[in-house]
Design a protein around this ligand. Structure first.
Ligand SMILES: Cc1cc2nc3c(=O)[nH]c(=O)nc-3n(C[C@H](O)[C@H](O)[C@H](O)COP(=O)(O)OP(=O)(O)OC[C@H]3O[C@@H](n4cnc5c(N)ncnc54)[C@H](O)[C@@H]3O)c2cc1C
Length: 523
């Protein structure tokens, strides 16, 4: 650890939080302006394991090709094999009877399953090797902002306190969201009350091992790729769970649920409640039969989504979770890090070059506010109504993933890292796509509500297998999207029309005390 500084040391940039968002910002800045004096202040003495373990195509590009970590990712983490979804209903009694959505072959574009304790340490090490100064363990307790001048940071380490000044402060403090809370910009996203419970587990069965292949030979033969290194999602009414394998054999397993739709079990330790909850699903029963959560690594968080009303000004910027959090479904967290850190580095470099800052800051705030709003409304709002229903999720999977692949993930591959300075849904060409995605997402939620009222919800959740060939950036990938739109049209004509003009299919009301058991009894 570096000793705390003498008072009023001056830096060009002080970064609060040395995990992925903070370390990445330092690397992006130093790569283009190695003369910058950058200070990284990290609270923890060593990174613990944390969620944020699955990358998708944008974050895979960012880590591999922008930060240059491909070799590290190959050596210390796992190559991810896309997403798989497992559905169940009363007729599905065993793993092969559960309906499945996933790739038949290996994935087409690189993404990874990462151990964040290892990854974040490597990113921080590289930032330090490039010239960033790191103080650790040290915690920023207060930031005094001064537009266009030097910012002052109060720093504590044990009994010591000190002050540094920097032209820029970058808040990468994660969910602590130091600056947003201090300045009163922090807002909960009350339209999306979700809770997560998670841990790392030992003894999770090998999806591709001989035991399951012997027990369920046809099931094993149906996939020609690798199931175990996918993000396997177990889904149910109002909830989804992830199984993410980590290098070395542990598996990250956790659940996220909509507090309006799920009553969380009340008795037992948090680990036991998580296991009890997951083994209601036949896939959970099979895969977790001999599994044990790691004591001391059991976590929960209620009311997940939030945002900051301001993400940048002349002298400060918020990156990663310090700026906002949406939902872990589809793993957008590290995409958000890719966009916020790339755009922030550009903003700071523009000021260093002497460019007029006011219009850039106005655009930065507008783009990220728009991105958060549109991303939420298009993809996540009321998604939990239908994500456990095979028919509806198959269509959403094809449309969401297809449009993301062609419209978002392809951009950095075509235009380079510059594409990451334009957050999702912030550009004019994305506007019709936003309306289209929001529209079908709302229709699926409405059809799901109607299905629930008539006991039709989840009727295809057993004995269906949708094994997809995978999207690429080629134009031919438009066809599966077009087919999904036609299937959706068919669904509307068969049953959707009943809910076109009918009232009474509104979102589920909030339960009086959602997930109260967690709040009261969790450690
Ligand atoms: C249940 C769940 C599942 C998720 N799954 C995924 C996934 O599969 N894929 C994905 O991409 N994203 C996922 N995410 C999101 C992901 O975890 C975050 O987006 C990501 O970890 C944020 O990284 P960060 O660097 O912004 O913040 P963090 O990783 O939280 O790091 C913040 C750092 O700041 C330090 N710090 C805090 N306060 C101070 C202070 N005052 N002074 C100094 N240092 C400080 C902390 O010690 C910490 O090291 C998930 C989130 C949740 C809740």
């Amino acid at each position: 650890m570096n000793a705390l500084p003498q008072s009023h040391e001056r830096y060009d940039v002080a970064i609060v939080g040395g995990a992925l968002a903070g370390g990445a910002t330092a690397i992006l800045l130093l790569r283009q302006a190695p003369q910058l004096r950058i200070l990284l202040i990290e609270k923890s003495a060593a990174f613990g394991r944390r969620v944020g373990e699955a990358t998708v195509e944008v974050s895979g590009y960012f880590l591999g090709r922008v930060l240059g970590l491909t070799q590290h990712l190959n050596e210390a983490h796992l190559v991810k094999q896309g997403m798989r979804f497992w559905f169940f209903n009363a007729r599905a009694q065993s793993l092969p009877e559960c309906s499945e959505i996933g790739g038949r072959y290996l994935s087409r574009v690189a993404s990874y399953q990462v151990d964040r304790a290892v990854l974040d340490q490597e990113v921080l090490r590289r930032a330090q090797a490039m010239g960033a100064e790191v103080w650790r363990p040290a915690s920023v307790s207060k930031i005094q902002l001064a537009a266009g001048r030097d910012q002052a940071l109060e720093i504590r380490s044990g009994e010591q306190t000190g002050t540094v000044v920097a032209r820029w402060v970058v808040d990468a403090s994660g969910v602590a969201a130091l600056l947003a809370r201090q300045e009163g910009w922090w807002r909960p996203n009350k339209a999306h009350p979700t809770t997560a419970v998670w841990s790392r587990w030992t003894g999770v069965k090998d999806w591709d091992g001989l035991e399951l292949a012997k027990k369920f030979p046809d099931w094993a033969m149906a996939c020609h790729g690798i199931r175990s290194t996918a993000t396997n999602h177990l889904v149910g009414k109002g909830w989804w769970a992830w199984c993410i394998p980590l290098k070395g054999g542990d598996v990250s397993v956790g659940v996220v649920f909509d507090q309006r739709l799920v009553t969380w079990p009340e008795n037992g330790s948090l680990g036991q409640r998580l296991k009890d909850f997951l083994i209601q699903h036949p896939v959970g029963r099979e895969i977790l039969a001999d599994a044990q959560w790691r004591e001391g690594d059991m976590h929960w968080r209620k009311n997940l989504p939030y945002y900051s009303t301001t993400v940048a000004g002349d002298g400060f910027a918020l990156v990663g979770d310090a700026a906002a959090f949406l939902d872990p479904f589809y793993s957008p967290g590290m995409d958000w890090i890719s966009f916020t850190t790339s755009a922030t580095a550009e903003l700071i470099l523009a000021q260093q070059r002497g460019e007029a800052l006011a219009p850039l800051i106005a655009r930065h705030n507008r783009d990220f506010a728009r991105s958060y709003d549109c991303w939420f409304q298009a993809i996540y709002q009321d998604k939990y109504e239908y994500m456990g229903d095979f028919d509806l999720m198959r269509l959403a999977f094809l449309l969401d993933v297809g449009l993301y692949t062609l419209g978002v993930a392809s951009q950095p591959f075509k235009r380079g890292g510059k594409a990451l300075t334009e957050p999702v849904f912030s550009t004019p060409p994305s506007v019709p796509f936003f309306h289209f995605i929001r529209f079908y997402n709302r229709r699926f939620a409405q059809i799901a509500r109607a299905r629930r009222l008539t006991d039709q919800w989840g009727r295809s959740n057993d004995c269906r297998r949708f094994m997809f060939q995978g999207y690429t950036f080629a134009r031919s990938s438009i066809w599966p999207i077009a087919k999904a739109i036609l299937s959706w049209g068919g669904l509307e004509l068969r049953e959707g029309w009943r809910s076109w003009f009918r009232k009474g299919h509104e979102a589920a009301p909030a339960q009086s005390s959602p997930a109260a058991a967690i709040t009261q009894t969790a450690p």
